[in-house]
Write a new protein. Structure first.
Length: 694
């Protein structure tokens, strides 16, 4: 693998002389998630990335999880085409936090391993994704461990003449051969004067059977259908404040968990074949919120942001194990969210502070269990928190950010199945947690080179999935309720550098995360009647994860850009590898292998034509945890083979408002899968995208 030497060569060439030769700094995107206020990525003392609408369309991603696969430090595992789950700095599931305009997608039923919920966010309704890597619990609370992603939704646009209505809109069409997929997005924006705007959009999607590379070919019954719709209204009040109302709807039908079924009939390097006739998932998600924003007030409080939201998430699993063995189960979660954030300029720095409350109301069912479904029935879960952050600038080139947070969580469940007594019981528990953060930055070349770093604390309170889950987990595992758990705690130490010139940019960082009392599945030694190993959860996990990330681009000719990235992550955690009470130190589950990407891009003089070719690479993933070794339907016995996949894409701008993009993914038709995935990735895949604004 040649990624590391190339990137080190690029980094070595960016010395002080090169910095003196360039005329200006490349413009950096603005993010709001890192500090809970707008700031340039270059200025924030965090590792942060953005994936805006243009980048999403140009790179022809299919789903929201795929939008993060080219970011250093991120591995996107896909159990099935409709079930992607990013691993950010070694963590996935409920140890990463997803926000929609600052509103939590995470709820108390999320699982620890790969989950499908991020794929219920329609990426075509999003203006940009903001990714902050590392713990962000001070600002965003429980679950913000590996990283925090904030989906900033599209606003109404096309505001025009002061005395009349204005109309604008946009459309996107995407089709792909190996995916047998068709995606269409249509939206219209209506505005009146400069006072009000309404955006309405719809995105129907159809996915057929995914065709892997040679010799695997078509993976039968991997397709599904989806429909997403959204509406956003904003109204500007006379006092300069703004009201925003959002509604989102997503419905996914018959999303298969393919690797568990008989359609998984060809082994991949020794994986176990599926043994169920069907395992499909229907999902519905609805979000409605109202927000009030007022900025530049000029008093003691300079800005105020208030949110009231209701998030509805429903999932139903339909499983057929044999002709007369069919069961259904499902969970419905309704979440009320209320938060307020304030900003004040003070003699001791810029203060950002606020409070939030989220309340989950959970109901679940199962045709095979009269007490509960996959989690407790008739249950509630509350999160209450207050936080304070102080940004202190020593001068224009340096500063620190200090933050603290207090968080309270409480779980109450009336219907929990006790597998020992085989009867209904209940559960009630609560937890308090404090966390803190100290970050800093120093621009050793003003506006061009900065070093950043610090220590960030994170925590995660046990949720209903930890405490009450009664459901199959990984391959050949069945999880039962585990009351009496304590919160998990984390500390991450990071040091990084950012460079921005007209011709060169680089983001590189090294991090070390301490893990304390992580909640892990551990075997009991007992089996279910179907032969699955019964597992429980316990606070056994003490350990660490460290890594190095680097991404760079270099304009070595006015029309040519070399770009690439590389990531290496290492980590271990204490666990019970067997049912014996002996703690061993094992690799983190689905540890990201050495991964990189290298490519070159060409733009013609007037920027109407562009093309790029790139190779995405990963080494063999053979650092397996005991649970990985038991996950035989997804992970081969000797680990997931490495791969190098060559692709090509390009585009043409017909006008400023109409553009077409063609992509040729996996040109050599390689048969490969991302570590931990349940199906192989597409083989040779021709993708066509057309987008237009009007």
């Amino acid at each position: 693998m040649q990624v590391i030497p190339i990137l080190l060569l690029l980094a070595a060439s960016t010395d002080g002389e090169l910095a003196k030769e360039v005329e200006a700094v490349a413009e950096d995107p603005i993010v709001v998630t890192a500090l809970r206020r707008p700031e340039s990525i270059f200025k924030v003392p965090y590792s942060a990335e953005t994936v805006d609408r243009k980048r999403f369309l140009n790179r022809q991603y299919r789903t929201t999880p795929q939008a993060f696969r080219d970011i250093p430090g991120v591995m996107v595992q896909e159990t099935a085409p409709g079930q992607g789950s990013p691993y950010i700095r070694g963590f996935t599931g409920f140890r990463n936090l997803f926000l929609i305009d600052g509103v939590r997608l995470n709820n108390s039923t999320f699982r620890p391993g790969p989950v499908q919920y991020w794929n219920t966010v329609d990426p075509y309704s999003v203006q940009r994704f903001e990714v902050v890597k590392g713990p962000s619990s001070v600002l965003f609370g429980s679950d913000a461990i590996g990283g925090t992603v904030n989906a900033i939704t599209r606003n109404p646009y096309g505001y025009g003449r002061r005395d009349k209505w204005s109309f604008a809109g946009a459309g996107v069409f995407r089709a792909a051969t190996a995916e047998e997929s068709f995606i269409a997005r249509g939206e219209v924006s209506i505005s009146y004067q400069e006072r009000a705007g309404l955006l309405i959009g719809a995105t129907p999607k159809q996915f057929g059977d995914l065709e892997a590379g040679d010799p695997r070919g078509v993976q039968r019954n991997t397709g599904y259908d989806e429909f997403a719709g959204d509406a956003k209204l904003e109204y500007f009040l006379k006092d300069g404040s703004r009201l925003v109302f959002l509604y989102q709807f997503v419905q996914q039908n018959n999303v298969p968990r393919w690797h568990r079924t008989l359609d998984n009939d060809v082994s991949f390097n020794g994986t176990t074949l599926g043994n169920e006739i069907q395992r499909d998932l229907d999902q519905t998600r609805q979000l409605i919120y109202g927000q009030w924003h007022k900025e530049d007030i000029g008093g003691v409080i300079d800005a105020v942001h208030v949110n009231l939201s209701y998030h509805y998430q429903d999932e139903v699993r339909d499983r057929i194990r044999s002709g007369d063995r069919r069961d259904k189960q499902g969970t419905t979660t309704g979440t009320i969210g209320l938060w307020a954030q304030f900003e004040s300029d003070s003699p001791i720095g810029r203060l950002i502070y606020g409070a939030e409350w989220y309340h989950d109301n959970v109901n679940s069912f199962s045709t095979s269990n009269p007490v509960q479904g996959p989690v407790a029935d008739d249950a509630t879960y509350d999160i209450v928190a207050v936080y304070l952050q102080d940004e202190i600038d020593f001068n224009e080139r340096s500063g620190i950010v200090i933050g603290v947070r207090w968080n309270y969580a409480a779980a109450d469940a009336d219907k929990v199945f006790d597998p020992v007594a085989e009867e209904q019981t209940s559960l009630s528990d609560s937890w308090n947690a404090f966390t803190a953060s100290l970050r800093g930055r120093y621009e050793f070349v003003p506006d061009r080179w900065t070093v950043f770093g610090g220590a960030s604390g994170g925590f995660r309170a046990p949720n209903l999935s930890d405490l009450t889950r009664f459901d199959s987990a990984r391959s050949n595992e069945f999880e039962v309720p585990s009351p009496g758990l304590d919160p998990e705690y984390y500390w991450q130490f990071e040091l990084g550098v950012k460079g921005r010139t007209r011709k060169f940019s680089i983001d590189a960082s090294a991090f070390y995360t301490l893990i304390d009392d992580q909640i892990l599945r551990t075997p009991t030694g007992d089996l279910t009647p179907d032969g699955e190993e019964i597992v429980i959860k316990s606070n056994v996990g003490d350990g660490y994860v460290w890594g190095i990330e680097c991404g760079a681009s270099w304009i070595f000719h006015p029309q040519w850009t070399l770009f690439g990235n590389v990531t290496y992550i290492e980590g271990k955690v204490d666990t019970f590898a067997t049912s014996d009470p002996v703690i061993t130190s094992e690799y983190l589950s689905r540890l990201m292998p050495l991964t990189g990407q290298i490519g070159v891009r060409w733009d013609n003089d007037d920027k109407r034509w562009w093309a790029e070719t790139y190779v995405r690479m990963a080494a063999r993933a053979d650092r397996l945890s005991p649970r990985d070794e038991g996950d035989t339907q997804r992970i081969p016995p000797d680990g997931t083979p490495g791969y190098a996949v060559w692709s090509l894409r390009g585009g043409y701008n017909f006008t400023e408002k109409a553009r077409a993009i063609v992509g040729f993914e996996n040109l050599l038709n390689k048969n490969y899968r991302v570590h931990g995935s349940g199906q192989n990735m597409p083989g040779f895949n021709f993708i066509f995208t057309f987008s237009a604004d009007f």
